[in-house]
Design a protein around this ligand. Structure first.
Ligand SMILES: *Cc1c(COP(=O)(O)O)cnc(C)c1O
Length: 470
């Protein structure tokens, strides 16, 4: 079974098979041990309780390790002196302290909206380490990026025409490229497959006339110096991702041959490394992917091209968890149900597409000690008012009691940072944790829980009489 199609059913996920990793032996065990200490400390230090019944926790040392593993993986396969920018896909964890931490680890930002760009700037990420890639950039966004000198990849011919006009009226330092869709095919999750024949992203390279159009576009624009493709995300096998990169590399070679010079000097290969949600193992690793790239596209790494990567999920997922209180336990139709405070508001994909996004759930007592005992199949429900608000269905877990805690593991990317405002539930607080085995766990808040006043304000509280005219 390949890594990427492993997580297709919830029943499968306890069985994750284990392949070699690039992370130091035992690294995942240390990460799991840090997580257990953090759960206990979160209770002891009052981070979670009746006032704040759900929190997001991030492993600061784990994030540093993941960034170091990413850097090392590409250092190992690229010729000495190759410029490599690792730009974190901000949408995976849009929190300023996270972006700051990654910047300290030499990782920049890939942004896709004015909000994400503002976050990267608030984090102090240098403009030279920032890449803008949205499919729907407005004229104002383009202007801002060009004025700042931020690298950007045009998504389509209409956008390129806007950039033409902008650079004609004011020269820009921005490295400029074009996003292509190599149409190499999709993975096991349709909604995350960016390189299908009909994907909305980039210029569809295999469509009739498209390749010639791209060649002409570069011939007419000596300032187009980059090519971009992001061909995967969760569910796409490494080999398919590498095929997408190969197609992009071959196009760059063709453009450069036609130009008679190295017009395209940088390839942005996107992100998309899948994450193992079935166990604590980090698999596949950045190293696994870098080796597949080396075998599939050796010319990419021989020093003639600079590289940009845009990983999101694989940098953060295994470094975060959601911790939630069990408010009640009950039983219906013979099925035990734990009603918790973690549901669709933060595990949106898991709740709505449970087969594609199963999560591991751990049970703890009210002191944060792991619950043991014979597993009983139970539903782990969230607080939202619809029947499908379940983060795990019929899942074997030690029996839990009201006041216990459950943890949703591997949720550091795209979960508690991507809130869904159903039932006007507040965005939970997020805390980073540090501390070794022999020292106390220290928490630093990255974001407070949203207040009721904030919820009212963002729900039109200041416009009470807007429709009644009073
Ligand atoms: C979402 C996205 C990424 C990051 O994808 P992950 O699967 O989180 O690594 C990178 N680049 C682009 C253009 C994206 O849209």
């Amino acid at each position: 079974m390949s890594t990427s199609d492993r997580n297709t059913t919830a029943g499968d996920i306890a069985a994750g098979d284990i392949t070699g990793g690039g992370i130091a032996a035992g690294g995942h065990e240390q990460r799991a041990a840090r997580r257990e200490r953090a759960v206990r400390a979160a209770v002891e230090q009052g981070l979670i309780g009746t006032e704040e019944p759900v929190v997001g926790l991030l492993d600061v040392a784990g994030i540093r390790e993941s960034a170091a593993a990413l850097r090392a993986a590409f250092d190992e396969v690229t010729a000495p002196g190759t410029p490599v920018l690792h730009a974190f896909a901000v949408k995976a964890a849009p929190l300023v302290p996270v972006l700051r931490l990654l910047a300290e680890e030499g990782v920049g930002c890939e942004v896709a909206s004015p909000g994400e760009l503002a976050l990267s700037r608030a984090a102090g990420v240098p403009v030279g380490d920032t890449v803008l890639d949205s499919p729907a950039k407005t004229p104002a966004e383009l202007r801002e990026a060009l004025e700042l000198g931020i690298a950007l990849n045009a998504d389509n011919p209409q956008e390129l025409a806007r950039i033409d006009a902008a650079v004609a009226s004011a020269p820009s330092r921005s490295p400029l490229g074009l996003r292509v869709n190599p149409q190499v095919g999709g993975g096991s999750i349709g909604a995350l497959s960016t390189a299908t024949a009909t994907s909305k992203f980039g210029v569809a390279l295999r469509d009739e006339g498209a390749r010639d159009w791209v060649l002409r576009a570069y011939a007419e624009r000596p300032w187009l110096t980059r090519l971009h493709a992001h061909t995967g995300s969760q569910g796409v096998p490494l080999e398919l991702m590498a095929e997408g990169v190969r197609a992009t590399y071959e196009l760059a070679e063709e453009i450069n041959a036609a130009a008679g010079r190295r017009q395209v000097d940088t390839l942005d290969i996107g992100g998309g490394l899948p994450v193992n949600f079935g166990s604590d193992e980090t698999t596949p690793t950045f190293r696994d992917y870098a080796q597949v790239l080396r075998d599939t596209v050796p010319g990419l790494l021989d020093g003639r091209y600079g590289l940009v990567t845009e990983f999101g999920r694989s940098l953060l997922a295994k470094n975060g968890l959601v911790l939630a209180r069990v408010e009640y336990t009950k039983s219906a139709g013979g099925r035990p149900i734990a009603v918790t405070h973690a549901g669709a508001q933060l595990a949106t994909r898991t709740v709505f597409v449970p087969d594609a996004w199963p999560l591991r759930v751990e049970a703890y007592d009210a002191q944060g000690r792991p619950r043991t005992g014979p597993a009983v199949a139970q539903d782990v429900a969230g607080p939202c008012c619809f029947a499908g608000d379940l983060v795990a269905e019929n899942r074997p877990l030690p029996p839990v009691e009201a006041g216990d805690l459950v943890a949703l593991l591997d949720t550091g990317a795209y979960y508690f940072t991507n809130h869904f405002a159903y039932n006007t539930l507040p965005r939970p607080a997020v805390h980073g944790f540090t501390g070794g085995p022999a020292e106390p766990v220290r928490f630093a808040m990255a974001r407070p829980q949203q207040t009721v006043e904030e919820l009212v304000a963002e729900s039109g509280g200041g416009f009470r009489d807007a429709f009644t005219g009073a």
